[in-house]
Design a binder for this molecule. Structure first.
Ligand code: PEP
Ligand code: MG
Length: 875
């Protein structure tokens, strides 16, 4: 029989895929001899089995669960379901990758109307027993039955208000008996059955709920954001309860071995006296700093420091730990490698190399490539900040600057974002339901919660700035207004958050571009030593080229020449060229464009100082360039001396039903060879000028787009070669150049051996290759892909993360075929995937020479390429 359930002592950290991160680490800590309450893990395979068998937990799994539970009963000397000495357990999810706030937890499971009295008697603390019971009813109802938490909070607030209490800890034993009664009533009213009294039934319901939660909307969204496959499933951890709510020598907390916001080497965290786990993370009460424990419970504090050092040294990484103190005795409930900001990741990685804890290679792998994005974000302008009205100051939960319009719930924030607004999400506290709203926000501000609240942890993971625990802020969610310091801020008003200082300001505050400093360059230089692929950039303006060059681009992999014509004074000759009625008109318009093109290329070559530059011949989906407004039609009519009606008719004639598959790419040069002639001339003339001026050796790479057939490629190449020969003759000067193609039509991939006979290089245009392989419109797919994620048909957007299974196979085939005809063919990728770390890892494995990505993603690509090279080497 297959093994589905593992006692903690049967697992190890290396069994993460099977036991999930939490389960594997609980097992590892058990082996390390740390104080861990006994427990066991139901494997991730059991979760996938549950889905396979139509959402049923099979009998053999149930049997193994109750066998393991018997062992825990023996260890704890308690009995699950007993009335006098009941074993209570926690049920917690734990996927392979940590997904904070995505899955749910139930504590104190096993309690019922009779057992609560048993616990009261045994502990001599009836208040504690009922506090545990009311928490259990609320969590079970929320997590297992889907009954909103807020309904329970409402009842609790009402009772607290009647009694004049501020904190939950002021509730007396009798109050809590009353709360339990009210909670059960609420359950009955909403679920239409009584709160389940049978602990076995409770347990099975809870396990199922954890399994199910793998496929809730939040989990699916988080998986897509973090490249987590749907087949992984989640494990379930069942553990004997220890109680942080037993009085003032009990408590619970969360701590990191280093500061997760800055990376500083200091214990960082917070805890609450007389509370249970969820209170800290949920952010309902604002906890004390962990250092306060030194006074409150000095022995526990000393022990905590000792054990957290053991954990960091063992895992050789910064740890994020959850702990509970039950009547003066410390227990660890979880440890994992802590989530951190990019700044902290760089700091920690470099410090650990210096401390001799990890190697440089490990340091490179420790920094999440995508997270570098955070460092490239703007900061507030100092002058503007000094002049701004300070509204308040709270906890600097996640660094960075965010400015935008205030919205008070995730849905309104999302709607505003869709309208193109920049959004600041303001909440009492965030919960996992808010994840999509948080993701699109420039910043997050909460009234409740500390540095380890849901908002703080999730925002840090996303690199979004966040300020939490602003007690002075009053929010009225109904009227959508917030007040602070006498200021009233309505929905849609601007505020600005500085997540680095915790201060926030009225109105819009100007930001400045990011300054990159310190450890960033150190890690980047280590990465550059490791990677085997070059990093180029996709850039077509001098400004972008300069940014990319400063970020370390080693060449231009894609200069989309048509983008050079979006500028207003170039759009007109471009439109004239498109709308020309004959060759003469077209040549005239092209001669105007030639001047611009030559100048552009000169500037770009000069910035790149002899590094390779690939210029793609014009590839304009025509609809992007045609006039749409009356005033533009009028200008064209005057300039071209054609009646307004004729101009409009001509535009109408050029309209295509499916422009992405229409008259674009090399097809344009097949119909109008003079375009290729003009561009080839500009590219070469500019290179000659710069080579002479800078005494360098630019070898321009001319790239022909949207090729699907060798003859098509040869046709355009011949035109270019002829024109370039003319230039050489006119100038009595000769330079080397290359002509290659994009592989972006599946037919080109399939016939790559033929095309490589003439093409000197391939650049994979994975935007179009994805579009045309899937038959999915690049411009429209986002509208319906959500249904594909929800139904686990696609795990991620194939336009962002390369579909290695299908499109990847085409690339692999094209490389093989291409090399058969031209063994040294130069190979790169220039679709959006060139800046996506997981896609970079894939193409590194295929042996591409370079990836090309947008300027701000160049550092990400440098790091991702190094990580890919290290992983490949260590395979
Ligand atoms: C591509 O198709 O991947 C590509 C880079 O070209 P464009 O996005 O300009 O179509
Ligand atoms: Mg393309």
């Amino acid at each position: 029989m297959m093994k589905w359930v593992y006692l903690f002592e049967e697992g190890r950290a290396s069994m993460r895929n099977l036991l999930g991160g939490k389960g594997a680490n609980l097992a590892e800590m058990t082996h390390l001899g740390l104080p861990i309450p006994h427990g066991f893990t139901i494997s991730t395979e059991a979760c996938m089995d549950y889905f396979k068998y139509d959402n049923q937990i099979r009998e053999e799994i149930i049997t193994q669960v109750f066998d393991a539970l018997k062992k825990i009963e023996e260890y704890q000397n308690k009995k699950f379901g007993d009335n006098e000495n009941p074993l209570l357990v926690s049920v917690r999810s734990g996927a392979r990758a940590s997904m904070p706030g995505m899955m749910d937890t139930v504590l104190n499971l096993g309690l019922n109307d009779i057992a609560v009295e048993g616990i009261a008697k045994k502990s001599g603390n009836r208040r504690f027993a009922y506090d545990s019971y009311r928490r259990f009813i609320q969590m079970f109802s929320d997590v297992v039955m889907g009954l909103e938490k807020s309904k329970f909070e409402h009842v609790l607030s009402k009772i607290k208000k009647e009694k004049g209490y501020e904190f939950d800890s002021e509730l007396t034993e009798l109050d809590l008996v009353e709360v339990v009664k009210e909670f059960k009533k609420l359950y009955l009213e909403n679920i239409k059955s009584s709160f389940p009294q049978n602990p076995k039934e409770q347990l099975l319901f809870a396990i199922e709920a954890v399994f199910r939660s793998w496929n809730n909307d939040r989990a699916i969204f988080y998986r897509r954001l973090n490249d987590i496959p749907s087949e992984w499933g989640t494990a379930v951890n069942i553990q004997a309860m220890v109680f942080g709510n037993m009085g003032n020598t009990s408590g619970t907390g969360v701590a990191f071995t280093r500061n997760p916001a800055t990376g500083k080497k200091e214990l960082y965290g917070e805890y609450l006296i007389n509370a249970q786990g969820e209170d800290v993370v949920a952010g309902i009460r604002t906890p004390s700093r962990i250092t306060a424990m030194e006074q409150d419970l000095p022995d526990c504090y000393k022990e905590f420091i000792r054990l957290s050092n053991i954990l960091e040294n063992h895992y050789r990484d910064m740890q994020d730990m959850e702990f509970t103190i039950e009547s003066g005795k410390l227990y660890f409930l979880q440890t994992r490698n802590g989530k951190r900001t990019a700044k902290a990741a760089l700091e920690i990685a470099c410090d650990m190399v210096e401390e001799g804890m990890i190697t440089k290679e490990e340091a490179i792998l420790r920094v999440e490539a995508k997270s570098l994005d955070q460092l490239l974000h703007p900061n507030f302008d100092e002058v503007a900040l000094n002049e701004a009205v300070l509204l308040g100051c709270a906890l600097p939960a996640s660094p960075g600057a965010g400015t935008g319009r205030v919205y008070f719930n995730a849905k309104d924030a999302k709607d505003a974002h869709k309208r193109g607004e920049k959004v600041i999400l303001v909440r009492h506290e965030t919960s996992p339901e808010d994840i999509e709203g948080m993701h699109i926000s420039e910043g997050i501000l909460t009234v409740n919660g500390g540095m380890t609240s849901h908002a703080a942890v999730v925002a840090r993971g996303m690199g979004t700035c966040c300020i939490s625990g602003c007690k002075d802020l009053e929010i009225n969610e109904e009227t959508k207004v917030m007040t602070i310091k006498g200021y009233t801020i309505k929905e849609g008003d601007y505020i600005s958050l500085d997540g680095t200082t915790g201060k926030f300001y009225l109105g819009f505050v100007k930001t400045n571009p990011a300054k990159i400093e310190g450890n960033f360059s150190k890690i980047m230089s280590w990465a550059d030593e490791q990677r085997t692929m070059e990093i180029r950039t996709n850039a077509d303006t001098v400004k972008d080229v300069m940014i990319a060059y400063d970020f370390g681009a080693q060449g231009i992999g894609l200069c989309r020449s048509e983008h050079m014509f979006f500028n207003e004074n170039r759009l007109l000759p471009m439109r004239k060229m498109i709308l020309s009625r004959n060759e003469e008109e077209r040549v005239k318009a092209l001669s105007e464009l030639l001047e611009f093109q030559r100048l552009d290329y000169i500037q770009i070559y000069e910035v790149m100082k002899g590094l390779p530059v690939t210029i793609r011949l014009i590839d304009p989906p025509l609809h992007e360039f045609l006039p749409k407004e009356e005033k533009d039609f009028k200008i064209l009519s005057q300039e071209m001396n054609i009646s307004l009606e004729d101009i409009k008719n001509q535009c109408l004639n050029l309209e295509e039903v499916n422009p992405m598959m229409g008259h674009r790419g090399c097809r344009l040069c097949v119909t109008y060879p003079e375009i290729a002639r003009m561009q080839a001339r500009a590219i070469i003339e500019a290179a000659i000028i710069v080579n002479k001026k800078l005494n360098c050796n630019i070898i321009p790479e001319i790239m022909i787009p949207l090729v699907g057939e060798l003859k098509e490629f040869s046709f355009v190449k011949k035109i270019c070669d002829e024109e370039i020969l003319k230039v050489f003759k006119e100038q009595e000067y000769h330079i080397a150049y290359k002509i290659g193609t994009m592989i972006e039509i599946p037919r080109a991939a399939v016939l790559a051996d033929e095309i490589a006979k003439e093409a000197e290089f391939f650049s994979f245009g994975t935007n179009d290759l994805t579009q045309m392989s899937f038959g999915l419109s690049r411009d429209d797919a986002a509208k319906f892909l959500d249904a594909y994620y929800k139904n686990n048909i696609y795990d991620s957007d194939p336009f962002q993360r390369l579909d290695t299974h299908g499109v990847g196979k085409l690339i692999e085939m094209a490389i093989k075929l291409g090399r058969m005809s031209r063994p040294n063919i130069h190979l790169g990728i220039c679709g959006e995937h060139g800046g996506d770390p997981s896609s970079i890892e894939f193409v590194n494995g295929l042996g591409l020479d370079y990836v090309s990505c947008s300027p701000y993603r160049v550092p990400i690509a440098r790091l991702a390429a190094a990580q890919a090279a290290i992983k490949l080497k260590n395979k």
